[in-house]
Design a binder for this molecule. Structure first.
Ligand SMILES: [Zn+2]
Length: 160
């Protein structure tokens, strides 16, 4: 491989960690240093090793509170998306409310599509168009009522 003291890559690599720690005696470090000057491959590996070591050394210890992962998982399952701090008590009525608003938005879309169709229809078909719009509104209300039956009652202020 090289011409200095039969010092090969296989000799060099096991010594690199101790060399970086300054633990090699001078008579062992000097052939390694010599090898690193001649061998780009080992030099690159040593640099990489050094960088990796600094990476780990510069990472401060992070202490995670006991049960942290379990608490995060539990809150995630409860629908907490990490915005405002919410307790289980305040979260419970919010979820049905969100579902209701989603259903209301879907119902509104249904009504709007009915209205748009009514506008599109020529003057001759006005009665039929009105019926369609009414049907859509009733469908939307039906959906809200189905949801009401499924979900727990929310406080009066939230319902309408
Ligand atoms: Zn080498």
């Amino acid at each position: 491989m090289n011409n200095s003291n039969d010092f090969t890559c296989d000799d060099a690599r096991p010594l690199v960690p101790a060399y970086l720690d300054g633990e090699l005696s001078a008579d062992r470090a000097s052939p390694l240093r010599q090898h690193l000057m001649e061998c780009a491959d080992c030099r690159t590996r040593t640099q990489a090793h050094k960088a990796q070591r600094q990476w780990f050394a510069s990472t401060p210890e992070v202490s995670v509170p006991e049960g942290f992962a379990a608490r995060v998982a539990r809150r995630a399952f409860q629908g907490d998306i990490g915005e405002a701090p919410q307790t289980t008590e305040t979260l419970a009525p919010v979820l049905p409310f969100v579902l209701k608003m989603t259903a209301a938005a879907a119902g509104l879309l249904l009504v709007l599509s009915g209205v748009i169709r009514a506008v599109d229809i020529p003057t001759g078909g006005e009665l039929r168009a009105d019926d369609e719009a009414t049907m859509s509104l009733e469908e939307a209300l039906d959906r809200l009522e189905v949801l009401d039956g499924r979900e727990a009652r929310t406080p009066e202020g939230l319902v309408r």
